[in-house]
Ligand binder design. Structure first.
Ligand code: ASP
Ligand code: MG
Length: 401
């Protein structure tokens, strides 16, 4: 059972989680619990760090951020203890979550299940701090924002758990953000690949890395509400053909920015220089479009990045633009990425065309397009986001099962 920050945001909620955990144990299950930091604690700690230092060392950030989860496990263990049930809180390092040493976005490389197994075999409830681990150099690391999901899936895999229940403030995975689309529907199940796309394309309900690990180790995830007992969404291998939907959901992401390098000379090696320079600064590039040459032996290269990386990308592109003798560059962040995701797309022609028609009918201009086997994404103006998501939800009849 994993409980996110909103589920343990205050003492009342922690007590409620404790009760839920104890009930699960009394049903006869062995229970390992993973918790996130209370409410907005992680954001607050980051803000505090910024007040002390403009550019805090990542190692020290990890030392600081990992404290949020340590508060939660201690309090939840105390609350469970109130029910008279044996319980023990454990940090990531104590349960043997070993990571690489990329501070603030470390990846789990192995989990030693022994200590946790011992605790569970003694009949105790284990409360484990999410989001944190220990590097091979013995330093405390964190797993990237939302990383408690990854902790939970990794422990579920190590324990060979029946299921990894992710308790959150929504009822499950929806066909679109219910705040934008009133008839968005909770999905009863979704495959790993579709879930991975949705999570990567802006659906905030699961951290993408956790879905990747779940797929790798065959962990079934059950995304459900911490505020009610309704069944949520099962994320698992969907191999029965009749279960494959053409389109399963619509995702949107406002945290994108786009840049265009204009009138770059048309010769081999240009794209390599540009994108290597961005990669050197660890800037992730998403969509890329290069126009065809217009006769002046020059073309434009446009691409999208995460909004948070824009300032740094501007510096890189400014330099590269001069180096390459380009005509200049433009950028903007008033854009959004809307995407449709569905495993059945591969075998059904006309899905992308449908998407473009639906956007056109609303008078929405498409600025960039990218596709994979199971998704189509379009960049549009940010102000059109709601209209676009509603139109796509309707065009693919997602309100009906
Ligand atoms: N507390 C961390 C964060 O806010 C990890 C998590 O919530 O999963 O990103
Ligand atoms: Mg959180």
């Amino acid at each position: 059972m994993k409980f996110g920050g909103s589920s343990v945001a205050n003492a009342e909620r922690i007590k409620r989680v404790a009760q839920r955990v104890v009930e699960k144990k009394l049903e006869g299950h062995s229970v390992a619990v993973v918790v996130s930091a209370m409410g907005d604690t992680t954001d607050d700690l980051i803000e505090l760090a910024r007040q002390v230092s403009k550019n805090p060392p990542d190692r020290e950030l990890d030392m600081l951020l990992s404290t949020g989860e340590q508060v939660s496990i201690a309090l939840l263990a105390m609350a469970v203890n109130e029910f008279g049930h044996p319980v023990v809180s454990l940090t990531g390092p104590q349960v043997g979550i070993t990571t690489d040493d990329i501070h603030t976005k470390a990846r789990i490389i192995k989990v030693e299940g022994d200590r946790l197994n011992d605790v569970l075999n003694q009949g105790k409830i284990a409360i484990v701090a999410g989001f944190q681990g220990r590097s091979l150099n013995d330093d405390i690391t964190t797993l990237g924002r939302g990383g408690s999901d990854a902790s939970a899936v990794a422990l579920a895999a190590a324990l060979k758990a029946d299921v990894c229940e992710i308790y959150t403030d929504v009822d499950g995975v929806y066909t679109a953000d219910p705040r934008l689309v009133s008839d968005a529907r909770k999905l009863n199940y979704i495959g790993y690949d579709e879930m991975l796309e949705l999570a990567s394309l802006g659906a905030l309900v699961l951290q993408p890395r956790s879905v990747e690990m779940a797929k790798q180790f065959g962990v079934t995830i059950h995304v459900r509400s911490s505020f009610n007992n309704n069944p949520g969404t099962l994320v698992e291998e969907v191999d029965k053909m009749e279960k494959v939907r053409v389109v399963s959901g619509v995702a949107h992401d406002l945290k994108v920015a786009k840049m265009s390098l204009l009138d770059v000379p048309d010769r081999p090696g240009i794209a390599a220089i540009l994108f290597n320079s961005l990669a050197d600064e660890k800037i992730n590039v998403d969509m890329i479009i290069q126009s065809t040459t217009r006769g002046n032996n020059a073309n434009d290269i446009s691409f999208t990045i995460e909004k948070d990386d824009l300032d740094q990308a501007v510096k890189v592109v400014e330099r590269v633009s001069q180096e390459l003798g380009a005509g200049g560059f433009i950028y903007g962040s008033d854009i959004a990425k809307v995407s449709i995701v569905g495993a059945g797309m591969i075998t059904n022609p006309g899905v992308a065309a449908n998407m473009f028609s639906a956007l056109a009918a609303e008078g929405i201009n498409i600025e960039m397009i990218s596709t994979s086997e199971i998704k189509v994404s379009c960049i549009i103006q940010a102000e059109d986001t709601k209209k676009a998501v509603m139109a796509l939800h309707k065009a693919f009849n997602l309100e009906v099962e």
